[in-house]
Design a protein around this ligand. Structure first.
Ligand SMILES: Cc1cc2nc3c(=O)[nH]c(=O)nc-3n(C[C@H](O)[C@H](O)[C@H](O)COP(=O)(O)OP(=O)(O)OC[C@H]3O[C@@H](n4cnc5c(N)ncnc54)[C@H](O)[C@@H]3O)c2cc1C
Length: 456
């Protein structure tokens, strides 16, 4: 029920439910925050627009999330339901060079593995775990608006209740709920970010992605069967991610303009792009596509602020820095965990809010900065991949790069100076040939006319 014209106190009196924390969105960021706050004895509500399980992209996880998953009590569920992942491989499209990396070799490696997950199943596992931990979880409940006042927030909700008895499409029910604090974990929808116009796009990273699921691909023996494979071309890059139950996720990321100017449908473009890349095509072999071709566009942005008097932004609602290094779920889980810890303390000591919220904002921004720099270097030209694929034991740079690829965004000096050296070599490679040059062009086999190349 909604009481828009009533004084706030009367609204409470008329049975508007009240919580310590309301969480908008039941993805990895929202569920992580909900599990930890509920386990700590806080009254938490999760408001999720969709009915789970639902499709979501973001399937390759980083090992530095494992410690948080252990804290959430998820080890057994992860082991039972998903494919372990031990590292990755990056290859150049010409097929001349490729480099494998294993998480065990990363600087300060805490664990040698993470997981490849079908997100529909993974997200449902997390959300169910939040409910089991004591959170009130409401699916098919859209947060339409949030109004803040001195004591907290009023959230306007809309429930799409399908009336099976009458066979009617849907009935829309509106109601309000109150909370002392709000975690906006609504993903790219960024409910609070949009309300306060905080979202800023990275114009130089406006990419587009097409992806689908496959079955029947041959896999290597042993741990190499678990690796995320990436193929870098001149104008795009591909991922091949093995999932549980014979599924494989395959996707391509490219300049949005290249797809738009092609005049092709998503399906036609995707099939052509794969047909043109022998390394990806050969991996598919006799496998077949078993899902539609999905698209996602304009995905890199950041919110100008990540916290206000009564709110925190977590996960994609705070920002998203390109999928290339699989950092999205790692950053979402990191922010969800930090948000929960901060709010748990602030609920007992409200005077600490400003300081703790500032600390939260700094920490999450710093983590995003690490990946932003990495991503800008990746898209800055061919030099990143030329340096990356040149094996060297010099100053142990590879274990430092490997550590960042695994989610080690800590401030360890040992990693920081080696990363600076790596970026310096990439910059020098732009002027001088320190590492062998690569064309990043597949060897032509005459099977397909190439899509128009553009610069990456
Ligand atoms: C092409 C591509 C590939 C990617 N690959 C990877 C990868 O390999 N590895 C990786 O770690 N990350 C990857 N990502 C990133 C990853 O998908 C996200 O970073 C991650 O899902 C963020 O989690 P989240 O909890 O913040 O948001 P989400 O997972 O998006 O969850 C947000 C939830 O909020 C709900 N919601 C939205 N609006 C409302 C509302 N108004 N009211 C109520 N509920 C609402 C949504 O229904 C959704 O369930 C990829 C992203 C893209 C675009």
């Amino acid at each position: 029920m909604r009481y828009p014209l009533l004084p706030r106190e009367l609204g409470y009196f008329l049975a508007v439910e009240s919580y310590d924390v309301a969480i908008i969105g039941g993805g990895p960021a929202g569920s992580t925050a909900a599990i930890l706050l509920s386990k700590a004895g806080r009254r938490v509500i999760v408001l999720e627009r969709d009915k789970f399980p639902r499709f979501h992209i973001g399937e390759s996880l980083l090992p530095f999330s494992m410690q948080t998953f252990t804290r959430l009590g998820l080890q057994e569920k992860l082991r039972a339901g998903f494919l372990e992942k031990f590292g990755g491989e990056i290859a150049e499209a010409g097929g001349e060079k490729a480099a494998k990396f294993y998480f065990k070799d990363g600087f300060g490696s805490r664990t040698d593995r993470s997981y490849q997950v079908t997100r529909s199943k993974f997200d449902k596992m997390l959300l169910d775990h939040a409910a089991e931990s004591g959170a009130e979880v409401r699916e098919e409940t859209l947060v339409e608006n949030v109004d803040f006042d001195r004591d907290g927030a009023m959230l306007s909700l809309r429930r799409d209740a399908r009336s099976r008895v009458l066979g009617r499409a849907e009935a829309r029910l509106s109601e309000n709920t109150r909370a002392c604090y709000v975690v906006d974990a609504s993903g790219r929808n960024s409910v609070i970010g949009n309300k306060f116009k905080l979202k800023k796009s990275y114009q130089h990273l406006q990419k587009l992605s097409l992806f689908a699921h496959y079955e029947g691909l041959e896999r290597e023996e042993g741990i190499d069967a678990t690796l995320t494979r990436m193929v870098r071309t001149l104008q795009s890059w591909f991922w091949v991610i093995p999932l549980e139950n014979d599924r494989t996720s395959i996707g391509v990321v490219l300049e949005a303009a290249d797809f738009k100017s092609s005049g092709l449908s998503a399906e036609e473009f995707f099939e052509r792009a794969i047909a043109e890349q022998p390394l990806v095509r050969n991996r598919i072999g006799a496998g077949r596509r078993v899902s539609q071709v999905y698209t996602a566009a304009d995905f890199s942005y950041r919110s100008e602020r990540l916290a206000g008097d009564r709110w925190l932004l977590a996960g994609d609602a705070a920002g998203f820095i390109d999928p290339v290094f699989s950092s999205g779920v790692f950053l979402a889980v990191l922010a969800g965990e930090q948000a929960a810890d901060v709010l748990h303390e602030v609920l007992d000591h409200p005077k600490r809010a400003r300081r703790l919220f500032r600390h939260y904002e700094r920490l999450v921004n710093r983590a995003m900065d690490v990946y932003l720099r990495f991503v800008e270097s990746w898209y800055g030209g061919k030099e990143f991949i030329e340096v990356f694929l040149t094996p060297t034991e010099l100053f142990q740079i590879p274990p430092a790069v490997n550590a960042v690829l695994g989610g080690n965004i800590g401030n360890r000096f040992a990693i920081r100076w080696r990363m600076e050296l790596f970026y310096l070599i990439v910059r020098l490679q732009r002027r001088w040939t320190l590492c062998p040059r690569l064309s990043l062009m597949p060897k032509s086999d005459g099977q397909t006319a190439p899509l128009k190349p553009a610069s990456i």
